[in-house]
Structure formats: structure tokens, C-alpha cells
Design a binder for this molecule. Sequence first.
Ligand code: SF4
Length: 416
Amino acid sequence: MKTEQQTFKKINATKQMKEIMELHFRELDEAAKTKSKKIAWCTSVGPAELLRAAGFLVFFPENHGAMLGASRMATDLIPVANALGYSPDICSYLTSDIGSYIKGQSPISKAYPGISGPPRPDVLVYNTNQCRDVQDWYNFYAREFNIPCIGIQTHRGVGDVTKAHVDSISAQIKALIPTLEEVSGKKLDYDEFKHVVGLSRQCTDLWKEVLQIASNVPSPLTFFDGAIQMGPAVILRGEQRAVDFYKLLLAELKLRVKDKVAAIDGEQFRIYWEGMPIWGKLRELSTQFAELSACVLASTYCSSWVFTALDPDDPFDSMARAYTELVIVRDENYKERYFEAEIERYKIDGMIFHDAKTCPNNSNNRYGMPERLSKKYNMPMLVINGDLNDLRCYSEEQARTNIEAYIEQLSEKKGR
Ligand code: SF4
């Protein structure tokens, strides 16, 4: 049996990450209390750069959703939203967040004493590039607070991203500006916009390098580390402090590679995680995989905040392209090619598909993908039924047994 230290190899930069995250929440809280700055709520792959340049502080409700999941508060709060008519089958970030609002209970107040919960917004801005749920989620708050809810309707099931896609999304991003200026009372600062897009691009390049360092054997990073370290890439992209943080993290991981420090001692199996994290069970899952000498080292999820198309010299069109190129927006053929490249890049032995009950958008096992990849790579695949936040959809016992049997299968295949 491995020791606690072997199972969870501490990343020193986590301390800095926690500090900048706390600062972010305290700034939002202060602005909401003193009305010193306007606040925009933005979807996680929404036009955050434009909002910052328009003078808003930006809050991301999906990050709050993940906190509700990780703190396991979600499962008790979801039924509160269900009682209002929000189905148990729709996004459990949405239902747990609305339940949290109704009940006045938030993990933010537990993590950061003195802050009662999410900061009250002045405007709500979404992009449907990930799903329709975000629009319905924000419209709940638009009715509640009587504030504008504006957004971008992205094409779905996109094969190649064409000029027509980019032109239409770019025009929709520009169409947000009059409402944002009206709410903020300021004109959009175009130079600041370019500057923010430039910072976001730097953040993305560093985050991509952090994730791809896992292609080393042994990997210095796990998916479970990534799910924690991704915070700044999501909620602080476009800010200098995110760039500074990822430089620090990358330096630490490069040192691990140089010294051949493995995230999982005795790494024997390299696993790809496809789909949403099961937020309330990250620790249990990471422990089980570590005990089986299996390193879950890459995921589509963590890579969803890599926006390499961003270009400060062409902010509108490059944002339109970056936010349309995401895997979640693309068709099945593109996704299959993407997974093939990932299997090869990370030298993957096995792939786990999380079929999340309330997020069909991020569950890519439902149209024969595991079967096609399995055939092509002669690789066993595992599908785990669960959910991002609603633990009533997840049987821990069954998942444990299935993971154990799966690693056994990979072991036999390797002739061990
Ligand atoms: S992509 Fe999935 S988890 Fe994210 S907001 Fe949409 S339904 Fe919820």
C-alpha cells in the first residue's frame, strides 16, 4: 500500500494559486458591497476578455458549480431547484447553483470567511458554444435581478471552422458592446481589449504547455492535479496574475521532468479521462488510480481552456475562432480525430469515458466513439456512469469494481 505522500504528490505552486483565487473572490465581494465596479457573470468559455476590457469584474457561475460539487453541497441543493421545475435531468451545475441561491448556502462563504456567496451581477453574458443550459441558467437570474442577459448563439456540431462561422460569431460579439457600455457607463477601451486578449493568449499558451508536459514518461502531472490547477485558466484568463502563476507552475513541473519525478510512483498505466470530472469524488478516484499504479494524466476537460487562436492584433475574429474551435462545439468526426491525436501524444494505454447523466454535451461515449477507438487501437475502453455534481447518479461501489477490473484487463494486455 502506498503512503499518503506517494499517493498525493504536493504541487508547491498550489499555495500561490489559492492566494490569487482568494484575492479574486475578495475583489468581487468588495466591488459588490461598495458598488465600486460593475460585475458581469460570464459562462466559462464566454467572452471574458471583452467584459474585462469593458471595465467589468468577471464572475463565473460554472466555477461556483464546480465548488458546489467538490464540497459535496450540490446533492442536497439540486432538489431545491427541481422543486422550482428545473428538471433533475438538466445540468447539475445549473440546478445546484440555483438551489444554492435559493437556500443562501455557498461553498464560497466556507472557503473565504466574510464573503456570503456569489457577488450580485449587473449583467449576465453567455455563449451557447458549450450547451443551451447556460442560457436558461442565466435567464433565471435575469428574471430574479431584473438585469440584462445577453449572449452569443454558437453553431453546434461544427466540422471545419469556416470564415462564415467566424464572421457570424464575431458580429455577435460586437453586438454585445452597446449593452455592456450602457451597463458599465464606459466606452469599450479598444487598446485595453487587445491587451487583455494578449494576456489571455499568454495564459493559454502556458496552460497548454502545463497540460502537455504530461506526455513525458513518467508523467509529472495527473488529471486530478489539472482539475485543481486549471482555476486561473478559467476565471483569471486575461489577467497578468494568471500568466505569472502558470510560469511558476510550469517551472516546477519542468523540474519534476528533469529529476524524473513521477506524479504516480511506479507509473504502469497511462489513462485518458474523457468527460466531466466527478467533482465530489476526485480524491477517492485519484487514490484508487494511484494505488493501482495507474496515472490518469490527460483529459479533454482540462484542455477546454486552451484557446490558441487568440490574437491581440485581431481580437474580435480571433475570439470568435478560439471559442468555436473547442471540442465541445465540434462534430463527431472532428472529435474522433482529436482523441486519436491525444492517444498518440500522451502514449495512452486506456481511456475512460465518464457518461455524465446531466451533461450529454460533455459525454462523448453515446455515439459509438469508445467502440471505434477501441477497434482502431486494440485498446479496452471503460465507460463510467455518473455525474459532475449529482452524486445520486453515481455508484461508488460499482465504479470501484469496474476500475479495478479495467486495470486488470490493461495489465493482462501488457502481459503483466
Ligand atoms: S456543458 Fe454540461 S456541465 Fe457545462 S454548463 Fe453545459 S450542461 Fe452544464
